[in-house]
Design a protein around this ligand. Structure first.
Ligand code: NAD
Length: 339
């Protein structure tokens, strides 16, 4: 029997988790909790997504032309697994409800790590999440960095320096900035990304700096990774080991995030989503034991596969991480991007 899933919060991340669940016959989507009667609710309803709403907002949804399936409390009671995709900081408040209902839940990277028993990234610690009740899937930037580090093998790494040029906002969040500046993203060193990496893989000599650039289309990372003596992994091997989660393209072919999004669009990816880290192959080089690489990370999409992978471990469905990544890759067409 497929595992019954609820998605609490239907924003950038929630809508992608819901779509991925709908594509995977190991799960069934009971519905999504929608809090605001807006254009997103209208589109979701027209696409046949079952919307559950707060009691006090029922009439507001109806006047938008949306007939909700029911109230949010019913949705959460019905589900066997809850995805919390609420705005960062709200998940910890929602957790009280999940505890009361005795339901396992997946939280997102905007929550403090203490919200969950473990912080998670598939290629690093899939098996640690087996049977856990509360797991936090780390944020988009941290996922992008961890995929590289864990594919290389954390034990092979001496130290890391990560520079993150992050997109200012998601496309629908036009109220956020910066609009015409590049902004320092953290008042101290390291930025929270280095700290977040350690919530998954423990102690590692890692520093990070982040700036926000006026763009909605993907983050860019410059990573300098010092490897231990004698360790060298070329790009093709990294790609192979990542089980499809890392792909490559030369910047001579596509040198902007805009071009990468165009590739996703032309490839027919839903919402132009790029689930993979895109490493620029001509910028993947060794200087002695230092690996320098540049990669682009699609913030809206990158955590989608990890969110689905982790359900297999929380719900005790599979112990072999590679069977899970292969299964999830097939349902999301990961590996089919013509790069
Ligand atoms: P979002 O603002 O796009 O969506 C959040 C949704 O939650 C909204 O639709 C909002 O109406 C709804 N909501 C409001 N109150 C709620 C409540 N009490 N309970 C549940 N939902 C409620 O946010 P997002 O970008 O999807 O981010 C969700 C989480 O995912 C955050 O923790 C964020 O840090 C993390 N994340 C975001 C990105 C990204 O690039 N957007 C990437 C990775 C991780």
């Amino acid at each position: 029997m497929p595992v019954k899933v609820a998605v609490n919060g239907y924003g950038t991340i929630g809508k992608r988790i819901a779509s991925a669940i709908l594509k995977n016959s190991d799960f069934s989507l009971v519905g999504v909790a929608k809090y605001t009667p807006d254009y997103r609710a209208l589109i979701a309803a027209r696409q046949g997504i079952k919307l559950f709403v707060p009691r006090e907002k029922l009439e507001a949804f109806r006047s938008l032309g949306v007939e909700p399936e029911g109230y949010i409390d019913y949705l959460l009671e019905e589900a066997e697994l809850i995805y919390d995709a609420s705005p960062g900081g709200q998940g910890i408040k929602n957790k009280e409800l999940y505890i009361k209902l005795k339901k396992p839940a997946v939280f997102q990277g905007g929550e403090d790590p203490t919200v969950a028993e473990i912080s998670y990234s598939t290629l690093c610690n899939y098996t640690k999440a087996i049977g856990k009740k509360y797991v936090r899937v780390v944020s988009c930037n941290t996922t992008g960095i961890l995929r590289v580090l864990c594919t290389l093998g954390v034990e092979s790494i001496k130290s890391v320096f990560a520079t993150i040029i992050r997109r200012a906002s998601d496309p629908g969040e036009d109220i956020r900035g910066p609009v015409n500046s590049v902004k320092i993203d953290s008042s101290k060193l390291p930025s929270h990304h280095a700290v977040d990496v350690k919530t998954v893989i423990g102690d590692l000599d890692i520093e990070s700096v982040a700036v926000a650039a006026p763009s909605t289309l993907m983050h860019m990372h410059v990573l300098e990774i010092k490897l231990r003596e004698g360790i060298r992994v070329d790009f093709e091997e990294l790609k192979e080991r990542s089980r499809g989660r890392i792909v490559g393209i030369s910047s001579n072919l596509a040198d902007t995030t805009g071009k990468l999004i165009e590739i996703a669009r032309d490839a027919g990816r839903p919402r132009n989503d790029i689930y993979e880290n895109v490493v620029f192959t001509n910028m993947f080089e060794y200087r002695g034991n230092r690996l320098i690489l540049v990669q682009a990370v699609h913030q809206e999409a990158i955590v989608t596969p990890e969110n689905i992978d982790v359900a297999y471990s929380i719900m005790n469905m599979e112990t072999d991480v590679y069977k899970v990544t292969d299964r999830v890759n097939r349902t999301l067409n990961i590996g089919a991007l013509p790069l």
